[in-house]
Design a protein around this ligand. Structure first.
Ligand code: ZN
Length: 145
């Protein structure tokens, strides 16, 4: 028997229990029946961000960005590619700091893009500036060791 993990749905943000061994079998959400992993970063607002950070037992990699930021737009395809490589062992999400200004201020985001890695409800690493897909994957994995 493998251990169960809490996985927060990227569509309806309900917390699901999934056995660790079943993560790679493309599980569906028990509430909205959509896939729990889509190989795409999930856009979050203040409310859904809190649910994912507090409840997810899968590490969360957050891209704090804004639409007017050139380097953020440059990094967007790299972050997409990183999602395909890191899921289902890491959940990749995006927070638009123009829309979630209070969250950006609370998280003390001083420049964008900023990547922040959360595990067990706590921030464990942060990196400012755009990165290539391979660098995002390596940086994430090295911080989760
Ligand atoms: Zn769902």
């Amino acid at each position: 028997m493998s251990e169960s993990l809490h996985v927060v749905c990227p569509h309806c943000h309900t917390t699901n229990r999934v056995k660790r061994d079943d993560l790679v079998k493309t599980p569906d959400c028990g509430s909205c029946h959509q896939p729990l992993f889509t190989a795409h970063p999930v856009p979050l607002n203040e409310t859904s961000f809190a649910k994912h950070v507090e409840r997810s037992q899968i590490p969360l990699l957050v891209d704090f960005w804004a639409p007017w930021c050139g380097p953020c737009r440059t990094m967007a395809p790299a972050f997409e590619q990183a999602a395909a490589q890191l899921e289902p062992h890491v959940r990749l999400v995006k927070v638009n700091t123009d829309e979630a200004q209070a969250l950006g201020a609370r998280m003390n985001i001083r420049s964008i893009p900023t990547l922040a890695l959360f595990a067990g409800g706590k921030e464990i690493a942060r990196q400012a500036g755009a990165m290539a897909a391979g660098d995002i994957v390596r940086w994430t994995r090295s911080n989760l060791r």
